[in-house]
Design a protein around this ligand. Sequence first.
Ligand SMILES: NC(=O)c1ccc[n+]([C@@H]2O[C@H](COP(=O)([O-])OP(=O)(O)OC[C@H]3O[C@@H](n4cnc5c(N)ncnc54)[C@H](OP(=O)(O)O)[C@@H]3O)[C@@H](O)[C@H]2O)c1
Length: 262
Amino acid sequence: MELLHKTALVTGSTKGIGKAIAKELAKEGVNILINGRNYEEVERTIQEIKSEFPLTSPQNAIADIVDVQQREELFKRFPNVDILVNNMGIYEIMQYEDVTDEIWQKYFETNVLAANGLCKHYLPKMLDNNDGRIIFIASEEAVMPSGQMPQYSMTKSMLLSLAKSLSILTKGTEVTVNTILPGPTLSENVQDIIEGIYIDENITFSEKEKQFMINNLPQSEIQRFIRPIEIGKLAAFLCSPYASAFRASPIRMDGGMVPTIF
Ligand SMILES: NC(=O)c1ccc[n+]([C@@H]2O[C@H](COP(=O)([O-])OP(=O)(O)OC[C@H]3O[C@@H](n4cnc5c(N)ncnc54)[C@H](OP(=O)(O)O)[C@@H]3O)[C@@H](O)[C@H]2O)c1
């Protein structure tokens, strides 16, 4: 994909979708800055990537990226990146009545402001280099709020708007800013939730997955959870020079969750 020796910061890359994106980029020869808040998890992920892709140099980019001070320290350690994947995000099913002002604020700070803080630092440098990629990981909830997590859907819609505002700044350059909208994806977190729901049933995970889909996500056309690697491969392509014409695109990889054409 012509990504050899690029450097990428993938936020929240010790688990789930972020880790899968990190691995797919490493497969292309990208040096990944592994981010998460837990030192052991970050180091474990680095060792895993080093042993699978020995020609790359993954590095420890531990930081709570919601914390402004820790973001500043991260910038000192890694002033430049070629690729920024804003993957980290929190989600939780909640009733609208239970979402307090503090919770709205927390979701805004975690899912939007943290990513924006990173863009604000790295985008100008990418523009100076006339080369760079920024990807936001949103959700199908960005364009089709289910009503089951209003505090989350709002932040994911905001990312689409932010991506367009930033993309306008890239005019005439080879820098791109895009958003991937994954549908329900089998991160470790989601797998634990499914296992928990069917804890008393003596059936395989694949049967649990099938039942969950029929009972909870009947509108999904794929009728299974998307695998993180599928999102990872899409992200790697978007980072390549062959994807320069994607500009502020909301790219749905949602298993057919959204019932409309656009
Ligand atoms: N899974 C899905 O079904 C699904 C569907 C659509 C969209 N998405 C979106 O995809 C993204 C990833 O989801 P996921 O399910 O793969 O997540 P996940 O399994 O919960 O992984 C979250 C990652 O972020 C790290 N993290 C959490 N808070 C952090 C912070 N403040 N600073 C730095 N790192 C932090 C975690 O490590 P530590 O906890 O050790 O810090 C972990 O590496 C999210 O934006 C989510 O909204 C997910």
